[in-house]
Design a binder for this molecule. Structure first.
Ligand code: NAD
Length: 352
């Protein structure tokens, strides 16, 4: 079986780490008897340089005619002075997310035993391990609600959620919990916000369809504290756009390096997979970036878009093995010996 994948390497370290994820995907494909057909497109700064726009029409077409989109990263100092809508971030990535109707953002954060010294928390706080998946609503809430207004005296944003929007993200959370530790913590501010009362009631209703999943509710201020005090209690954090933006970055900080953190954005048809970090201009072109975030993003693509759990698990456990074996790129090395981006990719591809 052949899968058509849109590959958008983008800027900075994007092309370097993308190369390694395709290497690993090809190694997995050979093991499980599937094939990938990669079609490359331009996005971000490189697309501005080549086509005069951060999101060429040809890239949108390519993505919408593929099974999934694997993205590297976009942006960099060269394009920082452009007006916001012409910049790689707003005109490129956000525009692509919108055109694909992506409404759910999944960000797993795991602290690997062998590198738990990178976590800023004291070791005793990690005794129960740390493996959290934040499931964040991405297309609604206060970032998109209208009316919005700012003048010299007043600033206004509007927070709106419909029950339908909450239900579809809740289902993603409960479905994801099935293959994990079967616990969903729904985070809201239902003691103050009406949107949160709707959120909580809707999540309760959806939970009835998933009797095997344990559900608890937590106010967002408490969740922010609990992530620091006792992060092991969380399996899935299910939350809205604003709270998810903040909590997913807070939990990402616990992993110690952005180079290890993948993400998935799920839509109504075609999903997008990319590292949580950016284009890392400070290390781009040096061959030292950590490719694991990009490789794990490819794993999430296998899991969430191609429904090939066996192939996805091969990637996840290959990363586990290589980290446990002591191989380190500079960002996770804590002073010891380091390997290059491609050496890390080779090592993971060898054990999938
Ligand atoms: P960044 O995530 O690019 O870098 C922050 C720090 O993390 C840097 O020190 C970087 O070297 C390190 N880092 C990130 N990924 C790494 C990896 N794989 N291996 C090793 N180290 C890694 O954030 P920034 O510096 O604030 O932004 C740089 C550019 O990226 C900006 O133009 C920004 O707009 C853009 N950006 C893009 C995305 C995206 O493509 N989704 C996300 C965030 C930022």
């Amino acid at each position: 079986m052949s899968h058509r994948i849109a590959v958008l390497p983008g800027d900075g370290i994007g092309p370097e780490v993308m190369k390694e994820s395709l290497k690993v995907l090809d190694a997995v494909a050979a093991k499980v008897g599937i094939e990938f057909e990669y079609a490359e497109g331009a996005i971000g700064g490189i697309a501005i340089d080549q086509y005069g726009t951060p999101l060429p029409e040809s890239t949108v077409k390519l993505c919408s005619s593929s099974e999934a989109v694997l993205l590297g990263s976009i942006g960099g100092p060269k394009w920082d002075n452009l007006p916001p809508e012409k910049r790689p971030e707003l005109g490129g990535l956000l525009a692509l997310r919108k055109s694909l109707n992506l409404f759910a953002n999944l960000r797993p954060v795991k602290v690997y035993d062998a590198v738990k010294g990178l976590c800023p928390l004291a070791a005793d706080r990690l005794s129960g391990g740390l493996d959290i998946l934040t499931v964040r609503e991405l297309s609604g809430g206060i970032y998109f609600g209208t009316p919005k207004k700012v003048d010299d005296t007043t600033g206004m944003d509007t927070m709106i959620y419909s029950a339908g929007e909450v239900e579809r993200i809740a289902r993603i959370g409960f479905e994801a919990a099935k293959s994990r530790r079967k616990k969903v913590t729904s985070v809201d501010k239902a003691n103050v916000l009406h949107t949160s009362i709707l959120w909580r009631n809707t999540v309760e209703r959806v939970a009835k369809d998933y009797p095997e999943i344990e559900l608890n509710h937590m106010y967002v201020d408490n969740a922010a504290m609990q992530l620091i005090l006792d992060p092991s209690q969380f399996d899935i954090i299910l939350t809205g756009n604003l709270f998810g933006d903040i909590l997913s970055d807070e939990s990402a900080a616990l992993a110690g390096s952005l180079g290890m953190l993948p993400s998935a954005s799920l839509g109504t048809e075609i999903n997008l997979f990319e590292p949580s970090g950016g284009s890392a201009p400070d290390i781009a072109g040096k061959g030292i970036a950590n490719p694991i975030a990009q490789i794990l993003s490819a794993g999430m693509m296998l899991e969430y878009s191609l429904a090939n759990i066996d192939a996805a698990k091969r990637i996840y456990s290959a990363v586990d093995k290589v980290i446990a074996s002591g191989l380190r790129t500079a960002d996770i090395a804590s002073g010891g010996e380091t390997v290059s981006t491609s050496e890390m990719g080779d090592a993971i591809a060898a054990v999938v």
